[in-house]
Design a protein around this ligand. Sequence first.
Ligand code: NAD
Length: 296
Amino acid sequence: MTKIAFIGLGNMGSGMCANLVRAGHDVRAFDLNAEAVAAAVASGAVAAQTVAEAVARAEVVITMLPAGQHVLSVYFGPDGVAAHAAEGTLFLDCSTISVDDARQAARQAEAAGFAMVDAPVSGGVAGAAAGTLTFMVGGPEVDFSRARPLLEIMGTNVFHAGAAGNGQVAKIANNMLLGISMIGTCEAFNLAERLGLDAQTFFDIASTASGQCWAMTSYCPAPGPVPTAPSNRDFEAGFAVAMMLKDLNLARAAAAEAGADIPLGGRAGEIYAGLEADGYAGLDFSGVMRRISGDI
Ligand code: NAD
């Protein structure tokens, strides 16, 4: 049994925290939102009133926070995790944040006598609740090995991507590809339909031909061929436009820093930014089909 502090009990963190409790770990839960803490208590965690209280006895601190500024302030701000945790505590940040912020956090943690890994996830809210997330982990091998047993409770696939920040690299590069391939899939289905080819027939052909991709076969943005896809329920999210845009913005900033050319990633970001600006932040990201087809 590991003594864990879990900070950030939102859509993702609540399910992850519950799975750790279910596996028999001693979890102290903290969130700025009292209702989120109450829900964690209902699933068996112990409530903490402050960060200090959450981390006082912790061997591992897990965070699942909205963005980089929250992660840096929760760990290293006044009265934050680093001010109260015991030396050698493992910091395990599962939030999606910039590569730079993740590397800065790892440096600060190391300088203060802590171990830290970045472990962003894919798999969404359903994966968090079911314990089937994919984790992409950046940090030293020895710290990855410490984190692994806990990550295997919360997920089914756990990858060591290399040094600090590389988990975030894997996450944003993957999601940039997903954004691009989703828009490409929408364009292909829309073009086929305009030219008289129905979605199911095109799916049957393209899903076994060279255009095949996950956006098509698991999450088809044209209603019909994949019954579980959000396209069959009015593009209810799922993985919202705002979340995809967040990841594309992180990819764009990281690419600028690294001098990597991402013409399609940049264009995908503009398309999703347009949807958000027009009030569609909450639409599932496959709802970009509605824009490509001229419906919105
Ligand atoms: P969320 O907004 O539902 O949850 C974030 C939680 O953090 C909230 O409960 C909030 O009250 C809490 N919080 C914020 N600042 C805090 C602070 N200073 N101290 C304590 N608690 C604080 O967000 P989410 O959907 O759970 O996403 C969390 C992270 O996971 C994000 O980085 C997101 O990009 C990433 N992610 C989300 C999904 C998804 O489908 N929702 C999928 C993959 C990755």
